[in-house]
Design a protein around this ligand. Structure first.
Ligand code: GRF
Length: 221
C-alpha cells in the first residue's frame, strides 16, 4: 500500500499533530508524517514529533522581511521532503496566494468551528456570544481566502448553557482529534473528490458524508 507523505505545520501545542501521529502508528493507516515544520522554536508540538523520530524544522517568520520569502522557504522544505499533503494544525500564519496556488488541492486545515460560521480567531468566544446551540470543527482544503475552501469533514458539538470558552474549546478539540485523522485517511484512500467549492466523499468503507455525529448529540435521540 502506498502511504501518503504528510507534512504537518504547527505553531503551538500540537494536539492535532498528536492525533495524526497516533493514527499513523497503525500499520493500516494510509499516511505517514515525513516532516513537521514550526514557525516558533518553542512550540510544544516539536517535542511530540521528536519523541517518535519525525524530522522537524523551525522556519521562523521573523527571519523574513517579506511574507513571500517565508512562504518560499516553506515550499523549498516541503519540496525537498517530497510531501503529498500538507496539514495545517494550529499554524498561526496566513499563507500567501502564491503558496496556496502552488499547493492547491494538497493543503488542508483544521478550524475550530462549523465553517462557514465563525471564520477567523476566537471562535468559541464568538459562538458563545452569538448564542449558537451547536458548534464544532471543520477540516477543509485551503483556498486563497482565509478559512474558506472545500469541506472534507465536520463534527458537531452541543453548546451547554453554562459553557465557558475553555470547556467548549476542550470538547471541540476532542472532536478535532477524531476528524483530522479521518479526513486525511479519506484523502489518502482517494475517496475525496473536489468539485468546485465542495467535495464529494466516495466509497463504502467510511460514511458517505464525512460528518461525524458526536455521541453527545446522539444520546438524546
Ligand atoms: C486547534 O483548535 C485548531 O483547530 C486551530 O488551532 C488549534 C491548534 O491546537 N487551528 P493544537 O496545536 O493542535 O493543540
Amino acid at each position: 500500500m502506498k502511504q501518503l507523505k504528510l507534512a504537518v505545520l504547527i505553531s503551538g501545542s500540537g494536539t492535532n499533530l498528536q492525533a495524526l501521529i497516533d493514527a499513523c502508528a497503525d500499520a493500516d493507516y494510509p499516511a505517514q508524517i515525513s516532516l513537521v515544520i514550526s514557525n516558533k522554536e518553542n512550540a510544544d508540538g516539536l517535542n511530540r514529533a521528536k519523541k517518535v523520530g519525525i524530522q522537524t524544522m523551525i522556519i521562523r517568520h521573523t527571519d523574513f522581511t517579506e511574507r513571500d520569502k517565508f512562504d518560499q522557504a516553506l515550499t523549498e522544505a516541503l519540496e525537498s521532503a517530497k510531501v503529498d499533503l500538507i496539514c495545517l494544525a494550529g499554524f498561526m500564519r496566513i499563507l500567501g496566494h502564491s503558496f496556496v496556488n502552488r499547493w492547491r488541492d494538497r493543503l488542508i486545515n483544521i478550524h475550530p468551528a462549523l465553517l462557514p460560521a465563525f471564520k477567523g480567531l476566537h471562535t468559541h468566544k464568538r459562538a458563545l456570544e452569538a448564542g449558537v446551540r451547536i458548534t464544532g470543527c471543520t477540516v477543509h482544503y485551503v483556498s486563497t481566502e482565509v478559512d474558506v475552501g472545500p469541506i472534507v469533514a465536520q463534527a458537531a458539538v452541543l453548546v451547554m448553557p453554562n459553557d465557558t470558552e475553555e470547556c467548549l474549546a476542550k470538547r471541540v478539540l476532542e472532536q478535532e482529534h477524531r476528524i483530522y485523522p479521518l479526513a486525511v485517511e479519506l484523502i489518502a484512500r482517494g475517496q475525496v473528490q473536489i468539485y468546485g467549492k465542495c467535495t464529494q466523499i466516495t466509497g463504502t468503507r467510511k460514511p458517505q458524508s464525512a460528518s461525524l455525529i458526536n455521541p453527545q448529540l446522539q444520546k438524546d435521540k
